[in-house]
Structures are given as C-alpha cells and as structure tokens.
Write a protein that binds this ligand. Structure first.
Ligand code: 6CS
Length: 345
C-alpha cells in the first residue's frame, strides 16, 4: 500500500528547507585547514589559536592548524591556499610582496613606526588595511581577514655595524618573497640573500650569510642570538603578518558562516594586538637575561641618517612600480599620520 506523507510531515520538511535557505544555516559541520608560517607559541600561532577557539566555540566546525614545516615551507602556503587545498593562511608579509606587490608596503624601510601605541591604532583603524587591501586580496583569489604586528625588526650580525659602509659586501639574509627587502639591503650597502626560514639556521652556522633581521621575540625563540654576535636596532622596519582565506571557499559559505569567520578574525585580531604590545619587551628581555654577553647596539639618530636617506629611494621605487602601489603608499602615510596624532591622546 502506497504510504503517503501526511500534510504535517510535508509542512515540517518544507519549513526546515526554508529555514536553512533563509538563514544560510550550515547544518553540516566542516573541517577547515589553517596553515601558517610560524609555530603555535609564536604570534601567528596565538592568532590562529584564538581564531580556532572562536570558530569551534560558536559552531560545529573544526579548524586544523598546520604550523610551519608541517605542510612544507611558508613559501608554498600561498599557492596551496589559492588552490583551495587550504581554507586559511597565516603568512608573514615578507613572503607576499612577490605575489601581491602592494604587500611590500609593510617591508618598506623607515615607514612603519616603532611606537606600540601608534602601531595599535594603525592596525585597528587604518584605511589601507580595512578598505584598500581587501579588494587587492580579492584580485588574487584571497579574502583578507587581518594584518597584525609582531615586533620591531632587529638586525643580528657577526660584527657590529654603524653605517652603510660597514655593511658593504655583507651577505644579509632577507625573507624570500619581497623585492623591496632586496632593494632595501642593497640601498643599505649590503648584499641581500633571499632565503626561506628553513635554510637560515644552517646558513648562519656555515657563514653562508653574515646576518639577518627579525623581531626579538623570534630571535630569542629560535636562538638566533646564539648564532650571531651583535643585535642592532636601526629603527628601519617592523615585522608584520596577515591572515586570509581562499576567496572561492569564503564566497561559497552561507551568511551565517561568513559572519562567524569575520567575528573569529576580529576576536583573534584583538587578542594578538594586546599581545603585540609586549612582544618586543619579552624578546629583548629574555635575550638579555639568557645571553648576558650578547652585544646590543642602538644606532643614534645621526647613525640612522644615511640609512634613512637611502630608504627614500626604496620608497620612491615602490611607488613607481604601479599606480596601485603609489595610491596605497600615499594612504599608508595618511593612516600613519592619523595614528601618530591619536596615539598621543
Ligand atoms: O624570518 C622568517 O622567515 C620568519 N620570521 C618570523 C618572525 N616569522 C616567520 C618567518 O618565516
């Protein structure tokens, strides 16, 4: 005998289909992959862990975090994300300028401030990050979620330096995805060597390179102070990282999941910005305590002057590469002026 569904059951089925369609409610739980260029206890790991916690506490979805090395080098991750193999990417901006030229904005010498209050204001309020870069990331198949600071760049070498002349002929390792970092160290008198993080320790041990730059929290965490003799503050740069999603994946989500991801990113952004205010002090504090014989040099304003002069040509070179680069640099300068004015309040 043909069983016919009674009217109530049909109505209930239609209502639940309508509910899912209207709310974009994701009834199925998903497992999303998040790869990053650092370890879980590093700044990018702090961000990713906070992001994961928010997603898993507010949905049935799961986030699998892949720290650097677990899926290959940081250089591979952008392509894996653009291909949709990964849903989320945590990446150092120094690895991105070769693919997204505008991202070399964050590696320009003597542009980013070193003051943590100005940085905090900038990373929360800047037009560059909140309005301009999202469109640029979309053009590259990515959905920008966050850009955040990890600390002032410090230069570690085997010999002290105080001028571009002192750096002449010195092989200085730079992150491998940034034409601007190459131009910067050439302008500083050195011979830049683009190299992934995975090759740097060995290169320092075998004197394949004469020095490198990184924030102190990273220098201390990975023992770079034990592989070099001098740490020099030049004031020329800041280490920053980004978080993004594969755009096709993101666009294919329902409104509810899109909102969930945006809220998780905003939460993780707040968590890492709070932490970022302390990272430099943590880093140098631990170096001084654990490696008391390590030489720390802070260049004077007079010693910084020739480096700053050389940096102007690099900034002009960045702006000259495209109309988009010039536009975003002009906006960055305006955002930083606003950050300087507001941080003083
Ligand atoms: O120097 C590097 O390549 C690494 N430095 C930091 C602070 N994060 C990850 C990156 O690969």
């Amino acid at each position: 005998m043909k069983k016919s569904l009674n009217l109530t059951a049909v109505k209930a089925i239609l209502a639940s289909i309508l509910l899912v369609a209207m709310t974009g409610m994701t009834v199925s739980a998903a497992e999303w992959k998040y790869a990053m260029g650092e370890g879980l206890s590093d700044p990018q790991g702090i961000y990713a862990t906070a992001f994961k916690a928010f997603i898993e506490e507010n949905s049935r979805h799961k986030i699998e975090i892949y720290p650097v090395g677990s899926l290959g080098e940081e250089t591979d991750m952008m392509e894996q994300t653009k291909a949709g193999i990964l849903q989320f990417l945590g990446q150092s901006t120094g690895y991105m300028g070769g693919t997204i030229p505008e991202m070399d904005l964050f590696t320009l010498p003597y542009v980013m401030p070193t003051d943590t209050q100005q940085l905090d204001y900038f990373f929360k309020n800047s037009t560059v990050i909140n309005e301009e870069l999202p469109h640029i990331f979309n053009q590259h198949g990515l959905e920008l979620l966050s850009v955040f600071p990890e600390g002032e760049m410090a230069v570690t070498t085997f010999e002290p330096f105080r001028s571009p002349e002192d750096l002449k002929g010195k092989k200085m390792r730079v992150m491998p995805g940034s034409p601007i970092l190459v131009e910067t160290y050439k302008a500083f008198g050195a011979s830049p060597v683009p190299m992934t993080w995975g090759d740097l320790i060995g290169a320092l041990k075998t004197n394949m390179v004469d020095g490198q730059e990184n924030p102190t929290v990273w220098i201390e965490a990975y023992g770079l102070d034990n592989l070099t003799k001098v740490l020099t503050y030049t004031g020329h740069g800041h280490f920053n990282a980004s978080a993004s999603a594969n755009k096709k994946f993101f666009d294919g989500l329902g409104d509810r999941d899109k909102k969930l991801i945006r809220q998780a990113a905003a939460h993780a952004h707040q968590v890492i910005l709070k932490e970022a205010e302390k990272l430099d002090a943590y880093g140098i504090g631990r170096i001084v305590r654990t490696n008391p014989g390590y030489q720390i040099v802070t260049l004077t304003e007079a010693e910084r002057a020739p480096f700053k002069k050389a940096a102007m040509a690099v900034q002009d070179s960045f702006a000259a590469k495209s109309e988009s680069n010039k536009k975003i640099l002009d906006q960055m300068m305006a955002d930083l002026k606003e950050a300087e004015a507001n941080a003083k309040k």
